[in-house]
Design a binder for this molecule. Structure first.
Ligand code: GLN
Length: 542
């Protein structure tokens, strides 16, 4: 039987429940335990796929094609596991299931209510991951902040589960904020007292308080928190701000969070914590020998979370190359001509980001023309690859009126077009080409060199694709299609052999980069940027 850990949040949002959950999971995993994490989001959307990135940041896609919260990216990056639909559930999905069942007549004769029907469905979903007995521990992160109306059914489900489970099978961690008031010169516990009181009103007493703080909290403060919140003093631990999220498992280890959990849940770790690879990553990350600037051309740059997985992939690939990667966001809407608003010697690589709709497209195409002509390492992801194809046909092949039909339905040369199975789709939710698909890579190409294999599987999220009617003409002028989906012949990779590093991919490699296994394309791209910078410096010296 699996043990259950619940993580709730108090006082304010954005305290990092996802990172604390992932860090604890990492520590347990490092002792040989099998762990997974799931997240419950309190909003009514059935999944975050229909949300604008400005709302909740990037939409993270799993192998099985679920469009999920970006915290699942953290879980995968920390744990080096693949998550699935079962790892992210929203209030919308819970209600949809219950309402569908009601329409089927499953509750015939009964009034359908939050308790027990919605709470039963929440509990079923929490326990779903337990069914094949794969995990020693299931960590459930409850989204939102204690006190929100939307969170109440989740807290009620948690109360019920606690009642059903033995004390040693279930544990509640409450992540809270301890603000420091400069004027008073002290840390304040009152907001935490209030949020724990809210939890208690829902019938839940937390076992562990994890206290986010900007500076160390004293033993006195811990004692006060323990007394007022009904928690053992040793179970009040601090989570001080870290220089990188990847330091948090180490900080939690120092605070003995894993030991508390192991003891309380009577867990039997297979061995002591083995964090060798993790620490090796941190060492490389902290001691870079190189430094490069990568320009990220996107249109959601105001919110870095919109490109979360791309940023994290650069952290992983940077550490692998012992290189500090400065990612410089540039808004594609501001790129009116074929130059970038940064001196050329400061640019060592350009990544053109994924996206939807026509806003900022022309700027992306301008940026690609610039890097193609200047020989600057280029990496295009999804829409970024599609823009590289449009740029090629406009400026290298020299066709008139070239576009993607996403941008211009009437274009004479639709080099990027809607996939055939998308033509009749009108509903927007969960209808894109989603999740893992195979790709076969041609021999002797940049892509095959990078991957070291010719058969790969990567994750997707798109409706448009390269129009194969233009394949011959594209390649004749030097942009080669080097990766195809074996079933549909859909072009997955394009590259330009006459350029030092020019790669566009229809899929999202950033979704599969992990701390301990950085993605090979990001690693190669950073390496190319280092080489490009070195070559430029050599020329300057001569
Ligand atoms: N908008 C493009 C499509 O749907 C690209 C999608 C993306 O960049 N994720 O095909």
């Amino acid at each position: 039987m699996s043990k259950f850990i619940f993580v709730t949040g108090g006082v304010t949002s954005s305290l990092g429940k996802g990172i604390i959950s992932a860090s604890l999971a990492k520590l347990l995993q490092s002792r040989g335990l099998k762990v997974t994490i799931q997240k419950f989001d309190p909003y009514i959307n059935v999944d975050p796929g229909t949300l604008n990135p400005y709302e909740h940041g990037e939409c993270y896609v799993t192998d099985d094609g679920a469009e999920t919260d970006l915290d699942l990216g953290h879980y995968e990056r920390f744990l080096n596991i693949s998550t699935s639909q079962a790892n992210n559930v929203t209030t919308g999905r819970i209600y949809q299931t219950v309402i569908n069942k009601e329409r089927e007549g499953d509750y015939l004769g009964k009034t359908v209510q939050i308790i027990p029907h919605i709470t039963d469905e929440i509990k079923r979903r929490i326990q779903l991951l337990e069914t094949n007995g794969e995990y020693d521990v299931i960590i459930t992160e409850l989204g939102g902040t204690v006190g929100d109306i939307e969170s109440l059914p989740y807290l009620e489900s948690l109360r019920q589960m606690r009642r059903q489970l033995k004390n040693k099978d279930c544990l509640v961690i409450h992540l809270t904020l301890i603000p420091y008031l400069k004027a008073a010169g002290e840390h304040k516990t009152k907001p935490t007292q209030h949020s724990v009181k809210e939890l208690q009103m829902a019938g839940i007493i937390p076992d562990v308080l994890v206290c986010r703080t900007e500076s160390h909290i004293s033993e006195d403060i811990k004692e006060k928190l323990a007394l007022f919140c009904n928690v053992e003093k040793d179970h009040v631990i601090e989570a001080i701000d870290a220089d990188t999220i990847y330091r948090v498992p180490i900080l939690m280890r120092e605070e003995k969070l894993d030991e508390i959990v192991i003891e309380k849940l009577h867990l039997h770790p297979k061995h002591g914590p083995n964090l060798e690879r993790w620490n090796d990553f941190l060492r490389r990350y902290k001691n870079p020998k190189h430094e490069v600037n990568i320009v990220l051309v996107g249109k959601y740059n105001e919110l870095p979370d919109a490109y979360k997985s791309i940023h994290e992939s650069f952290v992983h690939a940077g550490a692998e190359n012992e290189c500090r990667v400065n990612v410089i966001p540039i808004h594609s809407e501001n790129l009116d001509d074929t130059s970038l608003p940064l001196e050329i010697h400061k640019i060592h690589g350009v990544l053109v980001a994924p996206g939807f709709g026509d806003r900022g497209i022309e700027g992306k195409i301008n940026a690609i023309q610039y890097v193609r002509e200047k020989g600057i390492p280029f990496f295009g992801i999804c829409l970024g690859m599609q823009c590289a194809v449009v740029e090629h046909f406009r400026n290298v092949v020299g066709l008139d009126d070239v576009s993607s039909t996403e941008v211009n339905k009437e274009t004479q040369n639709p080099v990027i077009d809607l996939m055939p199975d998308q033509v009749k789709i009108v509903k927007k939710g969960g209808t894109m080409r989603l999740g893992a698909y195979d790709c076969q890579i041609k021999e002797q190409t940049l892509a095959s060199k990078i991957y070291g294999t010719n058969n790969i599987s990567e994750r997707h999220r798109h409706r448009y694709e390269f129009n194969n009617n233009y394949l011959e003409q594209m390649e004749e002028y030097g942009l080669m299609a080097t990766g195809f989906n074996p079933g549909s012949d859909l072009v997955e990779i394009v590259e330009r052999p006459d350029h030092p590093f020019f790669l566009g991919v229809q899929y999202h490699p950033e979704l599969k980069s992990r701390v301990e296994v950085p993605h090979p394309i990001f690693v190669a791209f950073v390496k190319a940027a280092i080489q490009f910078k070195k070559a430029k410096e050599m020329v300057k010296m001569l």
